[in-house]
Design a binder for this molecule. Sequence first.
Ligand code: PLP
Length: 394
Amino acid sequence: MKINRCIDDLAESYLFAEIAQRTEKFAAENPDKKIIKMGIGDVTLPLAPVVVDAMKAAADEMLDRETFKGYPSYEGYEFLRSAISGYYRSFGVDVGADEIFVNDGAKSDCGNIGDIFSLDSTVLVTDPVYPVYVDANMMAGRRIVYARGTKENAFCAMPDESVHADIINLCSPNNPTGAAYTYEQLEKWVEYALKNDAVILYDSAYEAFISDGKPRSIFAVKGARECAIEFCSLSKTAGFTGMRCGYTVIPKELCRDGHNIGKLWYRRQSTKFNGVSYPVQRAAEAVFTPEGQRQTRENIKYYKRNAKLITDTFDRLNYSYTGGTNSPYIWVECPNAMSSWEYFDYLLKKANVVATPGEGFGECGKGYMRFTSFAAYEATAEAMERILALENDI
Ligand code: PLP
């Protein structure tokens, strides 16, 4: 018996372990210091009341023989797919309910979609990168090429016409950089994908944070229906990280190599996936009601208020950064040419603040730090005051 040797090639997932270890050591040596965590990648506000009410009502239905539900359909209940389709329409994008596949979160589908593509495919990912795209393809043994995100392109990596790719992973607004693509930039990616007969895998998990008119879906761009799949999630939109519900959109006309991609994905899902629970799908449906939208947007406003505190601080310090406007992430260039880990240790020691070293997200993350806006407002304000107080120290 042999294991999949490609797993040996995965980088050790040491980033968060190393952060925890350094933080714990500092806390043990300095028990009087109050450490503030600005690296949290999970939401912290509770679910919206409409969501919980819908889940409770659905749980009650499971008590009654007449309304009890067994296995859900592979692609999700029609009521939820219609609600998602209506949501897309609310920002001017036409996506049919029959083009939507409900799932247990975007991470699963971002990783699993590879099942329907050849192992010979070349995968393009942008750097810095959400590690799932890289690791999932490395496990499958695919060749990976990188498009570099740098200060010069404001961390919006663009295609290199001389490089061929079959699969293109894009994430906008981006984790970790917080940068979001414009219509014109996405048009260039669509053009490149069509020229290469490639498929764009577009992760829009943070679309609900967009507030400056940038595209909230790849399908807002002409030609995308012929070359893109979109992954979205209720995790950050509605605080569903512990509920587990997302959706994948595959346009009807998307075909490659003589196959309809939506049909292939349905075949894959029906083999390895048995759907999302009824109460969670009812809770998800509630997110897309007018009251659900109102309540969930309140939480996003809260995080965005934190993000503004963070960007105001770095503006005052004159640090270079991206993100914060359309994203819960703020991606900051470390001052004084410090490395990510040097700045990490400096912040921990001098401000008792923990953020995430950018080099954990790829080569292009070296010398950067990711701050998140998911901490409590008061803690965020205090962390920023402490960082501001170091203005003359650096
Ligand atoms: N995509 C990106 C870019 C993310 O940052 C995350 C979560 O952090 C996910 C997908 C995963 O989301 P889900 O909770 O829906 O699996």
